[in-house]
Design a binder for this molecule. Structure first.
Ligand code: 6PG
Length: 241
């Protein structure tokens, strides 16, 4: 996990530096999970704390649980505590998903509208998609990513930007970016650590195409770079290097 988080922090720092130098803006969608937390903590320390052009970094989320922003399960809270409170990011650069909302569908619509506005897209739903500079993703042992869980409606969300997704096995609703939005990014980076992820990683990368069962297979950026950062325990069943 340590080496993986270090590599991920370096990757973030490099992309942010390059992009912000050219465009004065670096847009990233964060994920929840244990590996991102370790990476965020590293980003909040030297050398990254000094090197990353924090004022030009704009933070969004790939998914969120339906909980208030101060809840222990909030992905926003995790990022705030491990990173955002420790670096000079202006509050106006942080666009969290409203996990506290009573109506998840409405919260997803509002987040989609917020993204369309930020990225200067046609306000008409279904027309254009945001293009993030980086979408960071984790993967669960069931091959879910963001809150795209096996056999859930969000896997078939078409060209919507973000949706609410009911996850039967968690008996909960989640907010998530859609596969179409993630696939429109310039860079999509998976962080996968631990032996319990090995069978899922093998199925996603080397198994038959079955995205209803292995949702991470849906992630294939159309004009972007896909990077898998996995530790040796997660990668142990892979046959290709
Ligand atoms: C979440 C996530 C989710 C996560 C994976 C992997 O909010 O739960 O965004 O998709 O990234 O479940 O999580 P770990 O890295 O903790 O195993």
């Amino acid at each position: 996990m340590g080496e993986l988080a270090r590599e991920a922090a370096r990757h973030f720092s490099e992309l942010a530096g390059e992009r912000a130098a050219r465009e004065r803006q670096f847009t990233v969608a964060l994920s929840g999970g244990s590996t991102p937390r370790a990476m965020f903590e590293l980003l909040s320390r030297e050398p990254h704390a000094r090197e990353v052009p924090w004022r030009s970094v704009y933070f969004f989320w790939g998914d969120e649980r339906m909980v208030p922003p101060d809840h222990p399960e909030s992905n926003y809270r995790m990022a705030r505590e491990s990173l955002l409170d420790r670096v000079p990011v202006p509050d106006g650069n942080v666009f969290r998903m409203a996990g506290e909302a009573e109506d998840p569908e409405l919260a997803a619509e509002e987040y989609s509208a917020q993204l369309r506005e930020f990225f200067n897209l046609n306000p008409e739903p279904g027309s254009e998609l945001p293009r993030f500079d980086l979408v960071l993703l984790g993967m669960g042992a069931d091959a879910h990513t963001a809150s795209l869980f096996p056999k859930t409606a969000a896997l078939r969300a078409g060209r919507r930007v973000a949706v609410a997704n009911h996850v039967e096995k968690l008996n909960a609703d989640r907010l998530t970016l859609t596969p179409a939005t993630i696939n429109n990014a310039r860079n999509v980076t998976f962080l996968v650590a631990g032996e319990e992820k090995a069978p899922a990683l093998k199925s996603v990368l080397e198994g038959p195409h079955d995205p209803e069962t292995y949702p991470s297979q849906l992630i294939r950026p159309s004009e972007g770079r896909l990077l898998w950062l996995a530790d040796s325990r997660a990668a142990k069943l892979l046959t290709r290097p």
